[in-house]
Design a binder for this molecule. Structure first.
Ligand code: FES
Length: 131
């Protein structure tokens, strides 16, 4: 599954990776943005789960990962408000579009707008993104 943290004890990676930082440097509620070639990748720790996403909004190219990651409002009956903490999204800082961290799809138009997401692995206390 993309964007999920994998416990890497003893596991050897067979795909290219980008080292991010030590897990201690990425506590819950924090994020890191790392350079990978010409692109940047944002890695977020949301309540202990690690997610990685390309740092480029498909709308107008803002640095998407500078936005806040949190739960979001979900459809509900008229005059009711429903906030889902399991549906974690990042909110673009420019126009506030939301993208699901688990699959990079736009929350409101998932078939049209999508951001690349990456698997995240922790090996020997270091966070890596599988690129
Ligand atoms: S640039 Fe991200 S929502 Fe417009």
């Amino acid at each position: 599954m993309r964007g999920r943290c994998a416990a890497g004890g003893g596991r050897e990676l067979t795909v290219p990776t980008q080292h991010v930082c030590s897990l201690e440097e990425l506590p819950p509620g924090s994020k890191k943005i790392v350079q990978h070639g010409r692109a940047t990748i944002g890695v977020s720790n949301v309540n202990g789960s690690l997610y990685a996403m390309r740092n480029l909004c498909p709308h107008h190219g803002a640095e998407l990962c500078l936005g806040n990651a949190s739960g979001t409002m979900v459809p509900s009956a008229p005059n009711e408000w429903s906030y889902d903490t399991d549906e974690v999204v990042v909110r673009c800082p420019r126009h506030r579009w939301e993208f699901r961290l688990k699959d990079g799809r736009s929350f409101t138009d998932p078939e049209r707008y999508r951001v690349r997401v990456y698997d995240v692995t922790v090996i020997d206390g270091d966070v890596h993104v599988e690129v």
